[in-house]
Each structure stands twice: as structure tokens, then as C-alpha cells.
Design a protein around this ligand. Structure first.
Ligand SMILES: [Zn+2]
Length: 157
């Protein structure tokens, strides 16, 4: 873990959180069926790990506690190659620009809830997020960028 990430973790622990209270693990956010299928090493770099820890502590965990239901992460961190294979966002030069590639975003579903229901509940809360997107009514995309959250929410597809 990077120094930044471990400091962030210490901050989380000092505000009353505990590792045992976290419902998410880094491996859940790193796992990728596409990476396994293509034998790609999807390990994030240090900066992405730091962003992923922020995403968990400030965004995913509060959402988990708000919904009081298990969240199934379908996609978290994706390196540029994995992002390309799953058709993730790229710029006009073909470079990966998806927030998934920086460890700042995760896609998830909750059994028994529609994507829009989940989004409406999060929007009414004071949970900080950068983008909260209903993607094709199939999953929720949520991202967190510490200090730069735009709190924008929309639907695609
Ligand atoms: Zn996404």
C-alpha cells in the first residue's frame, strides 16, 4: 500500500471506521473476468490504489450502509488493455480515459433493486460522488475523485 493510501486508511480508522466494518476488498475491485480470460495482469499502480481506497471509504461503503443490502461489483479497476477489451471510454486518439483506469470508478448492481431506484436513493443522500450514471438500466456507475467531485448524475443508453 502506498504512503498516501495508508494515511488515508489511518484517517478512516481514526474517524471511527474499522477494517472489519468495510464491506469491500481491493480484490473485488481488481477482479476482471475479461482480464482472466485474456491472461492480463490487471494489478493497479500505486496512484490507482490510492484512488480505489478513497472510492471505497468515501463512496462505496457509505452507499452500502445507506442501502443496507449487498452490492455486487461488476467492474472496478481496469487497466488500459482491459478497458479497451470491454469497450470502455477512450479519447479521440484511442487513449483510455475511463475513470475505471484510474481506480476512481466502480460499476455495481443490487439484487431486488432497479438501477434507477439505487440512483434516486444515493442522490437524496449527502454521499459525495463525481459521476453517478444509470448505464443502460443494467448497472450503476459511480465514481469518486477526492476534492474534485462534480456530483453529476445522468443516464446513458
Ligand atoms: Zn463504469
Amino acid at each position: 500500500m502506498s504512503i498516501k493510501a495508508s494515511m488515508r486508511l489511518r484517517t478512516y480508522l481514526s474517524i471511527g471506521g474499522s477494517m472489519a466494518n468495510l464491506n469491500f476488498t481491493m480484490s473485488e475491485l481488481i477482479h476482471s473476468d475479461t482480464a482472466i480470460k485474456h491472461n492480463i495482469n490487471n494489478m493497479p499502480d500505486i496512484n490507482s490504489l490510492d484512488c480505489m481506497l478513497n472510492l471505497i471509504v468515501y463512496c462505496l461503503q457509505p452507499v452500502r450502509e445507506l442501502l443496507k443490502k449487498p452490492m455486487i461489483i461488476s467492474s472496478g479497476y481496469r487497466n488500459a488493455l482491459v478497458n479497451h477489451l470491454v469497450g470502455g471510454a477512450v479519447d479521440k486518439y484511442g487513449n483510455a480515459i475511463s475513470q475505471h483506469c484510474r481506480g476512481q470508478a466502480a460499476d455495481f448492481v443490487v439484487n431486488g433493486m432497479t438501477v434507477q431506484q439505487i440512483i434516486d436513493i444515493i442522490k437524496k443522500s449527502n454521499i459525495e460522488y463525481d459521476q453517478l450514471i444509470n448505464e443502460y438500466d443494467k448497472w450503476v456507475h459511480i465514481s469518486f475523485v477526492k476534492g474534485k467531485n462534480r456530483k453529476s448524475s445522468f443516464k446513458i443508453g
